[in-house]
Design a protein around this ligand. Structure first.
Ligand code: FE
Length: 344
């Protein structure tokens, strides 16, 4: 008898305990995120969300392309409710792949300006990054700079370092050029740019800033958060490199600085759709925006919220008002233009 009843008592005690323990966590249900943002750049915010709503958040982090592939292969069986990734090019690719669903929400529409979200609501920007000119303080006068277009001028021959055309950031930049000037002009521009390269493209944005600081070239195009990360770095060498360069905001009198977003969308097969929408709404709320933008060295999507002191130090700029969704739409055309221009 004891050998039979004991385990039964233990089992029912365990069930009772675990159901009691589970109550507070599951009161608001759960939401599952696939995030291309590293855990420490988002986790504290998700913990806040759980505290406020009682919704448990399960976070899976990974590389942008790998997460999209995973969503595609999991199909209807995916546990993910939210995809969080960077660049409108990648967000559009996820939308095209059919892994996102349209969401309409008053809070999202109010907090996220129209140019930073998909017009149909498949994804919303969470933070903004700009891709300005970053130049060597001792070798370039800001008065010699004006527009992206002017970087194709032969006066910059052998002075420009830019990463490869594989980078979605450059693809989006060229897509913006196509949107404003058409494919033919964008191609002539890209050819001129390539003719000015100091070296064949290699490395990431941060590497370009470092070689500009080291004197291998005088100019680069890089996303602002990379420089922000260097300015606030614990690494003395990175800090010193950052001090040797400055930001120039191009196209101030024309189309504005090329900007892009990190963003998120609700997955097509989300089982926790309502919680997914709640989470997105939370991420664009004022306090979340401040923390998220500052931690990632980015600009808040809502222009009413001031950027961090690090970013403020570079001054204000006029951002391109082109809907960033256009950058995704024109991605394939941009890749072809870069190919024809010989941009490796
Ligand atoms: Fe990046």
């Amino acid at each position: 008898m004891p050998t039979r009843s004991m385990p039964r008592i233990l089992l029912s005690t365990f069930c009772l305990l675990s159901s009691l323990l589970a109550v507070p966590v599951l009161a608001g249900g759960e939401v599952n995120i696939y995030s291309a943002r590293k855990e420490d750049l988002i986790k504290p915010l998700l913990d806040d969300f759980s505290k406020q709503t009682g919704v448990a958040v399960n976070l899976v982090t990974g590389k942008e392309e790998a997460l999209l592939q995973r969503l595609q292969s999991e199909g209807v069986n995916t546990p993910a409710d939210v995809l969080l990734t960077s660049d409108a090019g990648r967000l559009s690719a996820a939308q095209k792949a059919g892994v996102l669903q349209a969401v309409q929400s008053k809070a999202l529409m109010t907090q996220v300006p129209a140019s930073y979200r998909d017009p149909a609501g498949y994804w919303y920007g969470l933070s903004v990054r700009a891709r300005p000119v970053i130049y060597a303080r001792d070798r370039v006068k800001p008065g010699d700079l004006s527009t992206y277009e002017a970087l194709a001028d032969p006066k910059w021959k052998g002075r420009l370092c830019v990463r490869s055309s594989d980078s979605v950031y450059n693809q989006s930049l060229v897509a913006g050029m196509i949107a404003h000037h058409g494919e033919a002009k964008a191609e002539v521009w890209a050819k001129g740019l390539v003719a000015n390269f100091a070296r064949p493209p290699k490395g990431g944005d941060r590497d370009q800033i470092k070689v500009v600081a080291a004197g291998e070239c005088d100019l680069t195009l890089a996303n602002t958060y990379y420089l922000g990360g260097m300015v606030t770095s614990q690494d003395e060498a990175e800090k010193q490199a950052a001090a040797k360069v400055a930001v120039f905001w191009p196209d101030a009198k024309t189309t504005g600085v090329h900007v892009n977003v990190s963003g998120a969308g609700v997955t097509a097969h989300a089982r926790n759709r309502d919680n997914a929408v709640r989470l997105l709404e939370f991420l664009v709320s004022d306090s979340a925006q401040r923390w998220y933008a500052e931690t990632n060295n980015e600009y808040p999507v809502n222009p009413a919220i001031p950027p961090s002191a690090t970013l403020k130090a570079w001054g204000e700029f006029k951002a391109d008002t082109l809907n960033v969704a256009k950058l995704g739409e024109l991605n394939a055309a941009a890749v072809q233009v870069m190919d024809r221009a010989g941009w490796k």
